[in-house]
Design a protein around this ligand. Structure first.
Ligand code: PEP
Ligand code: MN
Length: 344
């Protein structure tokens, strides 16, 4: 249920109201907007009658929210959430995702392979205009015999690349036991295969770092939002949603990019939405076109795989862009972003 307060409701009156709600055994989420304050009631509100709240002078309206996700929903939080990445660290370039003015690109190789490989990729993506460096240190692979990532060593190399380029770093967490190695990671990715690993999501709720939450291979939009809710309900509101293609009946691409996820998620949620065209199609020549469609659909950012020598990549060789193609794409995307009144 949400309770919308009247303009001019005083702080003591709001505090008193919040206390009353808490005494009913409910949680509270307060969203203070420019015009009005909205109080989201969390927990079992089934026995409450919305009209009863009108007895309080500061209440304008009270209504039930039918969506099962609350904190992630736009009715609880009408203004867009802007997630700040790399903020306040000396030497690190800050990046905002969801500001409505920019379309930041998270770019880098599928996996961190060697020091030279990640350093070269880091400088290349920075030169082309990427705002965040990505690279998998813990890799979720279909086959246990495939390269599994360098683990902690991979994180150390990403940290080095961050130090040298100033780019914030994004990498995937697969197990809670590895969270101790993520202190210097700026954006923690939850991959498609872990998007409903609820224990992991709860733990990330308690860890104070922005999270890039990818939609599962066969995950519905509601399931994605409920997974975001897990992180938020546990205390971390810095969640970015990522559409990375879903399984369909047709196999001509690796996955099927659901572009309509962007406008839909923007309608029902205040969280930023990023598109990953690389994993969506799995085909190098198609990545650019999908990235353009994402910008046109209003995506708040992109995640694109870039490798200095894709044909020699240890994973996802067929979809990574060489720096020359990435540079060209960034220039082209800049023009598409301009149509939307944005910069990259
Ligand atoms: C990745 O980003 O490297 C990755 C494995 O993505 P996904 O979880 O979307 O497959
Ligand atoms: Mn990959």
């Amino acid at each position: 249920m949400i309770v919308i307060l009247k303009k001019g409701a005083t702080e003591p009156a709001i505090n008193e109201f919040v206390e009353e709600v808490k005494q009913k055994g409910l949680g509270v989420h307060i969203s203070t907007g420019v015009d009005k304050t909205i109080i989201g009631l969390l927990g079992d509100t089934s026995k409450l009658v919305p009209e009863d709240f009108l007895a309080n002078d500061i209440v304008e309206t009270a209504e039930r929210v039918s969506a099962p996700y609350k904190m992630a929903s736009r009715s609880f939080h009408p203004e867009n959430t802007v997630v700040c990445i790399g903020t306040g660290q000396s030497g690190v370039i800050e990046c905002k995702i969801g500001d409505g003015k920019t379309v930041p690109v998270i770019a880098g190789p599928c996996a961190v392979e060697t020091e030279d490989q990640i350093m070269n990729a880091a400088f290349a993506v920075k030169k082309a205009g990427a705002r965040i460096l990505r690279g998998g240190a813990y890799k979720p692979r279909t086959s246990p015999y495939s390269f599994q990532g360098l683990g902690k060593e991979g994180i150390k190399l990403l940290e080095k690349a961050k130090k040298e380029t100033g780019l914030p770093i994004c990498t995937e967490l697969m197990a809670i036991s590895e969270l101790k190695n993520f202190e210097n990671v700026d954006l923690i990715q939850v991959g498609a295969r872990n998007f409903q690993n609820f224990d992991l999501l709860k733990e990330l709720g308690k860890f104070n770092k922005p999270v890039l939450l990818k939609r599962g291979l066969s995950g519905t939009i509601n399931e994605l939002l409920m997974s975001a809710e897990y992180i938020m309900a546990n205390g971390n509101e810095n969640v970015i949603l990522c559409e990375r293609g879903i399984r369909t009946y047709d196999g001509y691409t690796r996955n099927c990019l659901d572009v309509s996820a962007v406008p839909y998620l923007h309608k029902v949620s205040h969280l930023p939405v990023v598109i990953d065209p690389s994993h969506a199609c799995g085909i190098r020549w198609m990545v650019g076109t999908l990235a353009q469609s994402a910008v046109a659909a209003g995506a708040d950012g992109l995640e694109i795989e870039v490798h200095c020598c894709p044909e020699k990549a240890w994973s996802d060789a067929s979809q990574q862009l060489p720096p020359s193609q990435f540079e060209e794409l960034m220039i082209k995307l800049g023009k598409y972003a301009a149509v939307e009144g944005k910069t990259m």
